[in-house]
Design a protein around this ligand. Structure first.
Ligand code: SF4
Ligand code: SF4
Length: 57
């Protein structure tokens, strides 16, 4: 199980990247993306996003 960021909803605040315990979220231009190869599916980032742009995939 991994999580994904919907870039159409993401406002680029960076809160998710700061919350990920294994630094699996990186900035890409003015949005953020989750590295699906390293994400361990803990869900911490999902609960951190203020606009609910992150969901299980
Ligand atoms: S689910 Fe956990 S490991 Fe995966 S990107 Fe979010 S905080 Fe990081
Ligand atoms: S916390 Fe949500 S809005 Fe902020 S950068 Fe992450 S996905 Fe985008």
């Amino acid at each position: 199980m991994v999580y994904e960021i919907d870039v159409d909803i993401c406002v680029g605040c960076g809160a998710c990247a700061a919350s990920c315990p294994i630094s699996a979220i990186k900035q890409k231009e003015d949005k953020y993306i989750i590295n699906l190869d390293t994400c361990k599916g803990c869900g911490v980032c999902e609960s951190t996003c203020p606009v609910n742009a992150i969901s299980e995939n």
